[in-house]
Structure formats: C-alpha cells, structure tokens
Design a binder for this molecule. Structure first.
Ligand code: NI
Length: 169
C-alpha cells in the first residue's frame, strides 16, 4: 500500500513518536509500505510520522531503489557516536520545494532494531549520515526547518503560508 505523505503544517509532524515493542508481520508490512510510499514520492528517506503513524520507524535508501543492499530500516534508532559538523542542502517530502542548508554531525553511528527486533549498528557518512539524522529528527517531531536560524525559519514559514494561500502547497 502506498500512503499519502503528510505535509507541514500537519500537527502529527510535530509530535514525538512512540517506541515499537511488537515485532510482527504487521510491522514488516509497514516497513514494506513505507519503502513503496517513499519510492512513489521520489524520496531517499521516510519516517512513520510522515504517513501519520506515530511509531519510531524510518526507512532509508540512498541508492533510491538501485541497490537493494542500501535499503535500511531503523526501528527505535539512537545515535551512539558522532563526529564533526557539516552543512549541506536538505529537502523533505513533507516540505515539497523547500530546500536549505542544515548543519549536522558529519558522521554518525546509529544503533537500531530491525523488523525482527534484533539490534544492529550502522556507521554513516555523507548522504547516509545526513539522511539518518534527518529521519530520526522526524521521530522527535523535528523538521529540518526547525534547525535553521530563526530568521530563515520565519522566512520559510512565510513562504509556505503564501503557497498554501495560493493553493500551491
Ligand atoms: Ni523529512
């Protein structure tokens, strides 16, 4: 099933998602559906709150469907190590057309559970590092525009309000 992507300013995007405690077929199906929804929307990452589900699961594929080995499901993820700082341009399926430079850790090590509930660790640099941090933010109700300067965030929200008013959002 392909879910529609929830867009800003839907309040579900600002809420903290709940930990996942049951690892059953339904959860595996949710992960599959999230990949399908992400590919349909032409994204490289998707967090459950973006389809209106307040659970701590995200899917990422920085190869965008070209390499099945790159498919990553992070359940109840946490950053266990990080290094450096880097500012790069980001976008978000919940904020179409909006792009801006966001300062994040350059590299991260993330600990997470897979769909069977087994814990694993993944090291990320470059795009994978950024994608994991961006998607994990969604699980805490944080969008990338929340990480911009106050001025930039205000300008971006004003721009979105205008798009909404013109029926272009
Ligand atoms: Ni996003």
């Amino acid at each position: 099933m392909i879910y529609p992507i929830v867009k800003y300013p839907d309040p579900v995007l600002a809420q903290k998602a709940e930990p996942i405690v049951v690892f059953d077929r339904e959860l595996a199906k949710l992960a599959d559906d999230m990949f399908a929804s992400m590919y349909a929307a032409e994204g490289i990452g998707l967090a459950a709150p973006q389809i209106g589900v307040l659970k701590r699961i995200t899917v990422i594929d920085t190869s965008f469907g070209k390499d099945a080995n790159e498919k990553l499901v992070l359940i109840n993820p946490e950053i266990v190590a990080s290094d450096g700082r880097r500012s790069e341009e980001e976008g978000c399926l919940s904020l179409p057309e909006i792009r801006d430079k966001v300062l994040r850790h350059a590299t991260v090590t993330v600990r997470a559970q897979d769909v069977h509930g087994d814990w694993f660790e993944v090291d990320g640099e470059d795009l994978l590092s950024r994608a994991m941090q961006h998607e994990m933010d969604h699980l805490d109700g944080v969008l990338f525009i929340d990480r911009l300067s106050r001025l930039k965030k205000d300008l971006t929200i004003r721009r979105i309000k205008k798009l909404i008013k013109n029926g272009e959002w």
